[in-house]
Write a new protein. Structure first.
Length: 152
């Protein structure tokens, strides 16, 4: 029996060593409110924390806004701006100071976002904007999905 226990402990230790298991703790990477930032001429925005974000690649595909609005949810950033035609999802690269970015597909897609704002709702963000027909809104989760059922 002792031999079996020693073998089991050795096997379990090897599994943990190979799998790289480390303890985890709660780490909230979601904002409670959106941030409105003004991009520099070179396409950077700066956060109050000292972090910067290069959005020049996004700005080259959008109308140059006076202000952008962004919301961090579960470590990813949803971003849009006044006059933008799209909402963008930025996903950080593991272990690097980089982020990939992609367009969030919204249907029907607005001609452009006027006065966009974002607020937290459960596990999602409500994106609000104005159109000639009136105020519009849509729920977005951290994967860029627009299904409100995925927000609970």
């Amino acid at each position: 029996m002792l031999r079996f226990s020693v073998l089991f402990i050795s096997f379990a230790s090897a599994v943990f060593a190979v799998s790289g298991c480390v303890p985890h703790t709660r780490f909230n990477q979601s904002y409670l409110a959106s941030e409105e930032l003004k991009p520099t001429k070179s396409g950077y925005v700066s956060f109050n924390t000292g972090e910067t974000l290069d959005i020049s690649g996004i700005l080259s595909k959008e109308k140059d806004p006076k202000n952008i609005v962004l919301f961090k949810i579960h470590g990813k950033i949803l971003l849009s701006g006044d006059g933008f035609k799209n909402v963008w999802l930025l996903s950080p690269s593991c272990g690097k100071d980089e982020a990939g970015y992609e367009i969030v597909k919204i249907s029907p897609s607005p001609a452009s976002f006027k006065n966009p704002s974002m607020e937290k709702s459960g596990d999602c963000v409500i994106l609000k904007w104005e159109e000639q027909s009136g105020a519009q809104s849509i729920y977005l989760n951290y994967k860029g999905q627009t299904n409100v059922e995925k927000c609970r």
